[in-house]
Ligand binder design. Structure first.
Ligand code: 13P
Ligand code: SF4
Length: 305
């Protein structure tokens, strides 16, 4: 019998990869698609933590990451043994972890969040009188501490792509635009950049902001995130002047090397069953990691259904 293959792609992959996919989305949407996919094989054109999450949520499916090298700096900068020691310093706190984390990391967390629901979940925990520690993204955590006056202790890892967006280069780019200009940014960007943003949110959130934009048609909209989503934004609103935010003077280029490992050849091979099969997580590890992920999905259902 022919195997049912479902291909999922993140917005940061190349346009030709997105065109090969059954579904394209942000981390939250892709997790939900993976969970509900009626598939024998899920090809995940994204990065490893996304494929691991898909396997945890849909353990019956064979989940394949096209290129084994597709990691994420938030994962590689986090040693889980050290993280576990750090967590022990805050026995009365709730440990909230960003989905950009390994399965092992998720298994020692109380809640998983994505850039889509992090504000709401942490606000919900504080409203219940809880104290929170946040890992692994110190930019995202620092932004929430600054915005809402929280005092969350933070783990210190960054996204090597978003951390490059630069306040001084942005000020220069803004100055060079005589008319109206906007900045929309992903919360993995540094705090001085986020403080200048008109909108901060997930990849889907930024895309929706662009779709709904009704301001001056001649305005320049700077986008502080990985370059892949400029394709989706351009498709949705070809009438707008959308530019990637600069990382240093004169340079408007910033790509995630791990997302770009999803080449056409690698994705085609994965659709034939080749690539990194996510078969190395033990049932106990998957069960432990599923608890905080499901907590997030349940919460998100109420808010985003
Ligand atoms: P989103 O969940 O916003 O798509 O973010 C994923 C990611 O890796 C951002 O760098
Ligand atoms: Fe990780 Fe950054 Fe790449 Fe997203 S853009 S997958 S956070 S390295």
């Amino acid at each position: 019998m022919t195997k049912r293959v479902v291909t999922l792609a993140h917005y940061y992959t190349q346009p030709e990869i997105q065109q090969m996919a059954d579904k394209v989305g942000d981390s939250l949407e892709l997790s939900l698609y993976a969970k509900e996919a009626q598939a024998d094989i899920i090809v995940f054109a994204g990065v490893r933590f996304m494929a691991e999450t898909a396997k945890i949520l849909n353990p019956e499916a064979t989940v394949i990451l096209p290129d084994a090298g597709s990691t994420c700096s938030l994962v590689t900068q986090t040693d889980v043994a050290e993280l576990t020691q750090w967590r022990k310093r805050y026995p009365d706190h709730v440990h909230v972890s960003y989905i950009n984390s390994s399965a092992e990391h998720k298994a020692v967390s109380d809640w998983i969040v994505t850039s889509r629901n992090v504000d709401d979940i942490i606000a919900h925990l504080y409203a219940e009188g809880k104290q929170v520690i946040f890992s692994p993204d110190r930019n995202m955590g620092g932004y929430l501490n600054d915005l809402y006056g929280y005092d969350m202790p933070l783990w210190s890892a960054v996204c090597e792509v978003h951390d490059k967006f630069n306040e001084a280069a942005l000020a220069e780019a803004f100055e060079a635009v005589p008319g109206e200009k906007y900045l929309i940014a992903h919360p993995e960007s540094p705090l001085p950049v986020l403080k200048k943003a008109d909108y901060v949110g997930s990849t889907s959130g930024m895309l929706n902001w662009v779709k709904a934009y009704q301001g001056d048609a001649k305005a320049v909209i700077f986008v502080a995130t990985e370059d892949g989503i400029l394709y989706n934004m351009g498709l949705a609103r070809p009438d707008l002047d959308l530019r990637q935010a600069p990382i240093y003077a004169g340079c408007q280029c910033n790509s995630c090397p791990y997302m770009k490992m999803n080449t056409i050849e690698a994705v085609k091979r994965a659709q034939q069953g080749e690539g990194l099969v996510i078969d190395y997580l033990s049932p106990e590890q998957m069960d432990a990691a599923r608890v905080p992920i499901e907590r997030m999905l349940e919460f998100s259902k109420r808010y985003y259904a």
